[in-house]
Design a protein around this ligand. Structure first.
Ligand SMILES: Nc1ncnc2c1ncn2[C@@H]1O[C@H](COP(=O)(O)OP(=O)(O)O)[C@@H](O)[C@H]1O
Ligand SMILES: [Mg+2]
Length: 502
């Protein structure tokens, strides 16, 4: 019963194969910084193994929903109650349907709760339905974080418990965990430790390298090789792959799976998959609904910026109408102009948002901006965006669009700082000093600014390093860009402007 999953090539051009049956018994951990090719690797594994085994993907970004077209996975949108997700998961096992749990658009806490509910349903399935399932969790550090974060303790416990069950006690129930993480040091140790197979990709940070060396039983020096791995290149080790560390280049995706074994019967998904799992059996116990439907997402900074940067037609003479109407575009332009005035004041950065807002309201009245002025939350979003204002070329680049998308996961008060850093990276400008970052963050405290950088780093958004002169470089693996080296103790970039203004 040997099924060899073709993952790509080894150095000698020999195929790199994963023994599926062994994998089901011994689980897999994939680690590599953002952009190293983990999701691609998972997709390769899923595509190649789709004909052989039922699959469930816990998908924080909605990346894997495309598997439905070619491979027949049913997409389960996670914007449901937890009870409903648990019941769907039970039916997924009963009817052996391959699914993608799409968690896109939920906030971190909701993602944790939804994943916990779904994994719980898979885990608690009736003994009759303990068929093998490959359970793939991308960005596993979100669901099994090593340390308490900003989410509630309850959500963290639920999610961590579900992940621990999957990795530690899932085997008997047919659940085979395959987890990917960008930061090994951020992943709960007990969850990582249960995988016997590893695929290690590019790793920047010493602390992750040390954890990887530890897990693999390698010398730290040997683990240094992870630093220089190219995208799509991984070092493989484990009973399902190779008994010795083996360099592997992951192959292309969207290929059809090859059948290599005459013994295992191909896994056949039922034709009416969606019906089977979304429809309750008449005698299925209906448990009370625990989870509230999530609130609709707030309007995104992306939309706002797109709106702001859209070229406006030259202002025409206002048409004279009998009925005074509020011309939205004109009003928007007026508000933009007021925002620019506000921020033109060099001291603006050190005023609290509340003070700026008061000032803003007064200016709106003076300028007779029609209609209700924007409420405080809308004002804060405009402020974050207005503070960055990239030049046209950057504003239209893919990198900038991606930076905006990334910034949406952040609260308004830190979006500005994040975007300024991203802008510096995209233009290869020197990394802003602590003093500049502090001003952008609305504080005089450099240490608060540095803590914010650490916090971004912990969320996997960027990687901070110091060069040999102790100048700081901030890399954005997702944007494939990094800032030039900048002195963290340098003066505030605005200091000159202020000096000139005084
Ligand atoms: N082996 C590969 N061959 C070709 N392209 C790849 C390979 N691995 C990754 N890529 C591409 O590189 C980009 C980043 O890969 P991704 O899997 O999303 O990284 P990660 O999930 O580690 O952040 C994607 O556009 C992906 O298509
Ligand atoms: Mg990914």
């Amino acid at each position: 019963m040997k099924v060899a999953i073709d993952m790509g090539a080894t150095t000698g051009a020999a195929p790199a194969t994963l023994d599926l049956e062994e994998l089901l018994a011994t689980r897999l951990l994939v680690q590599g910084n953002s952009g190293s090719g983990k999701s691609h690797l998972l997709r390769r594994l899923l595509e190649q193994s789709a004909p052989w085994v039922q699959q469930c993907i816990i998908d924080p970004e909605g990346d894997f929903t495309t598997l439905s077209e070619k491979f027949g996975h049913t997409v389960v949108d996670a914007t449901r109650t937890e009870a409903e997700l648990t019941r769907i998961a039970a039916r997924v096992r009963q009817h052996r349907v391959s699914v993608v749990l799409n968690l896109e658009g939920l906030d971190v806490e909701q993602q944790m709760r939804a994943a916990a509910a779904f994994l719980g349903g898979m885990f608690d399935a009736d003994r009759d339905f303990w068929y093998p399932v490959l359970v793939v969790v991308d960005e596993a550090q979100l669901f099994a974080p090593a340390a308490a974060g900003e989410v509630s303790d309850e959500a963290r416990k639920l999610s961590l418990g579900a992940m621990t069950n999957l990795m530690c006690r899932g085997r008997k129930r047919g659940l085979a965990g395959v987890i990917a993480t960008q930061r090994l040091a951020k992943l709960a140790k007990n969850v990582a430790a249960e995988a016997s197979n590893f695929l290690m990709g590019r790793t920047f940070l010493d602390i992750d390298m040390a954890r990887a060396a530890d897990l693999l039983g390698m010398e730290k020096r040997t683990a240094e090789q992870f630093r220089d791995l190219a995208r799509g290149h991984f070092i493989a080790l484990g009973p399902a792959i190779s008994r010795r560390p083996l360099p592997v280049t992951i192959g292309a995706v969207e290929t059809s799976a090859r059948s290599t074994s005459p013994k295992l019967t191909p896994f056949e998904a039922p034709v009416d998959a969606a019906d089977l799992i979304f429809t309750a059996d008449p005698d299925e116990a209906i448990r009370p609904v625990v989870r509230r439907a999530p609130a609709p997402p707030p309007p995104s900074t992306n939309d706002l910026l797109a709106q702001l940067s859209r070229a406006r037609p030259p202002a025409e003479e206002a048409p004279v109408t009998l009925f005074p109407e509020i011309d939205e575009a004109e009003r928007d332009a007026q508000i933009d102009a007021i925002m620019a005035e506000l921020l033109g004041d060099p001291d603006a950065s050190f005023r609290t948002v509340a003070v700026l807002y008061q000032d803003f309201l007064v200016r709106c009245r003076i300028r007779r901006v029609p209609g209700e002025p924007p409420a405080l939350p809308a004002f804060k979003r405009r402020l974050a965006v207005a503070r960055v204002a990239p030049d046209k070329e950057v504003a239209q680049s893919d990198g900038w669009q991606q930076a905006l998308t990334m910034s949406e996961t952040l609260t308004e008060d830190v979006q500005g700082v994040f975007l300024v850093l991203a802008q510096a990276a995209l233009t290869s400008a020197p990394c802003p000093s602590d003093a500049t970052l502090a001003r952008l963050y609305g504080t005089h405290s450099s240490s608060r600014a540095r803590r914010l950088l650490t916090w971004f780093e912990e969320r996997g958004l960027l990687v901070v390093r110091l060069d040999f002169r102790q100048n700081r470089v901030v890399a954005f693996p997702d944007l494939s860009a990094e800032t030039a080296a900048g002195d963290p103790n340098g003066p505030d970039a605005m200091a000159d402007v202020r000096g000139a203004a005084e």
